[in-house]
Each structure stands twice: as structure tokens, then as C-alpha cells.
Design a protein around this ligand. Sequence first.
Ligand SMILES: [Fe+2]
Ligand SMILES: [Fe+2]
Length: 406
Amino acid sequence: MECTDRQPYDIVRDILKVIEELNTLKDVDSILDKVLGEARTMTHADAGSIFLVDDDNLRFSYVHNDTLFTGPGASKHLYTDYALPINEQSIVGYTAMTGEILNIPDAYELTGDEPYAFNKSFDEETGYSTRSILTIPLRTFQSRIVGVMQLINAKDNCGLVHPFTNDDIQYAPLFANSASVIIERGMMTREIMLRMMKMAEMRDPMETGAHVQRVGAYSAEIYQQLARKQGVDQLTIKRKKDTLRLAAMLHDVGKVGISDVILKKPGRFEPHEAAIMKWHAVYGAALFANTTSELDQLCKDIALFHHERWDGKGYPGRLPDDLGEVRELCVQELAGEDIPLAARITALADVYDALISQRVYKQAWPEEEVLEEIKRGRGTQFDPEVVDAFLDIQDVIRAIRHKFQG
Ligand SMILES: [Fe+2]
Ligand SMILES: [Fe+2]
């Protein structure tokens, strides 16, 4: 979607097409990625970021930078966690507060009369040179500002940076307004999912909101790395990463079906109690039994099979036969590639997080020992290719751990 030398009709038609594509996405991160990507293509911007409103702050939520962030480790920048207050002092804070679009031809040539100042720390830390900036409020139809999009360094065909053009100022906000409604929907979906988790968490003191966010993010990133290595096309990767993150977050939602007597029992389980705990996989799948969408199917696969093992010694394939009406959801013992890929990935993400985090009943293991344990399970407990993809992106994994603590 580009603006240069094109008729307004074509530009608006392209914007509408992108909005239609955006409407198929569910997860807020995937929505932000696409919004930023399209806005950058439209304006030929080298970099950009999106901040979302979080109470009185703007929380840094998404970033692209073609000059700095390339290669497999690029995703780690997505998990940078910082917020800045909504006030006049920063460029994005000013836009969030006033709702004004700011078109700054050169960040280093501000007159000094502006209430806001350019923060040079990012350039100083990375060696990047920010020049032109276009900052746009993300405003829904009810005029609520949900965030701010900042586009950086518009480039011409020779790669030279120039100020954003009049066309950019006209069309990028038009796109941003429609995109804002979709971003708001993505935020609501994430909220609803987190509340479902909260319900499970209230019942099960071992599961926390941070754990499910981490497992969702680890799974999405492991999938992306694995799919890239296998040559899967970019569009498929983005779509699957989107649904996988949400579905992986719900891996243990079936614990709501387990009795409190067992769930909240301090100390070790008796064998029959441990067996009942395992039913959570089947109960979780029962929630998505009548699948109507790709997301539901994925939720069902992950809930049901996230305790299966590559060597076939996991469950629920090996659960006893007294499961009553939910028995029909159980399949034969599964092993290897017969276990859905999404479940093989979530299995690793879940075990990794359980080992490396402190829980009520255990200390956190040192990272080195956790990685040794995972490597030991390569080809027995875990899919070897999933383990390799996971080991490839350790810097991203660490960034996720750092972002979702607690
Ligand atoms: Fe589980
Ligand atoms: Fe878990």
C-alpha cells in the first residue's frame, strides 16, 4: 500500500483492503505488527513504533526498524517493556494528550519553542539516526485515543531520508483511524482471555497470569523460528503465530474442571489424585469441542495434547478408561508428528517455564540446568526440531521472561 504518485481513489481502495485483512486477525500483537507494517509501506518509513494507552501512561507496544532489527533475534525488541507518562514533554506523550498529528521534518532541528523535546537516548544507545518523524494518534470512532503510532525516517527510492509528505499526512491518519477500532478489539480479546486465565488462576494457585503470557509468547516465537527454517511463507507464519499465541495461553484452562480438594491440596498428590489432575487436558479440550474456527481447533489441540511426549509416553493418550462422557475426546496414544505441532511447541514452552520459574513448591532452576534438561529431553520428551528452534532464539526467550515477570 503506497501513496506516491497514485490517485486518491486507489489509495483509499487499498486502505479498505488492508482494513479487511486486519479484520481477520485476532491477537493484538499481530494486529499491531500489520498496522505498523502497512503504515510504513504507505509512507516509506524506515522504522516505527506503536504505544498503547495504559491508564495515565503510554506503554511501548510494538516496534519495527529495517536498519537495526533484522535476523532471528529481531523479535527480542518486541518485548522491551517501558512506559512514559501522557504529558507534553515527549513527542508521543504530546500527541496522546492533545490528539494532534506531529510532522517533524528533522528531530535534531526543533526550534526549542515546542513544549515537547526529542529524546536522543535511543539514537545514542543504538547508533541509529532519527531524522523525520510523523506521530499520529490512534483514535477510535468514539474519539477515544487508544494509542499513538510514530513513523520514523521517510525514505526516497535511493534510501535518502526526507520529511514526510503532504500525502503521508493526509492518508496515514485515515488508515490509523480505521485501524484503531481493530486494535481496540484486539485489546479486548486479550483482556477477555486474561480474565479466563484469572478464573483458572483463582482456582489453581500454581498458574499465574504471567506464566500464561510467557507460555503464549514463547510458543509464538518458537513457531516462527521453526517455520522460518522450514521455509514457510511469511503470510502463513504471521497468521499461525497470531492464533498460536492465544491458544497456547489457554493450555491449562481445563483445570477449572478439577475439584478444589485436589487442585489446592498442599504437598504431593497420591497416585489417584495425580491421575485425576491429568484429566484437565481432556476438560480443556471439551471447552472447544464444537469447533467453529481455526482458533478453536488450535485451542482444542493444545489443551488436549500439551502433555503428550514425542516418545509416546505422555497423556491423555494413556489415561485410564473411566473418563465417562469426555472419554470420546481422548485419542489413541500419540507420538512424534502425530501430535499436533502446536501442542509439541506448547509442551516445551510450558515445561521450560515451569522449571525456570519459582513456584510455591519449588525454587527456580538456574538457566544452565534448565537448558541441559531440555536438551536431554530432545527426541524423547520433546520434538527435536522444536528444541533446536527454541535454542536458536534464547535472547528472545530471555526478553520474554524479563517482560512478563511475576
Ligand atoms: Fe497442563
Ligand atoms: Fe502451564
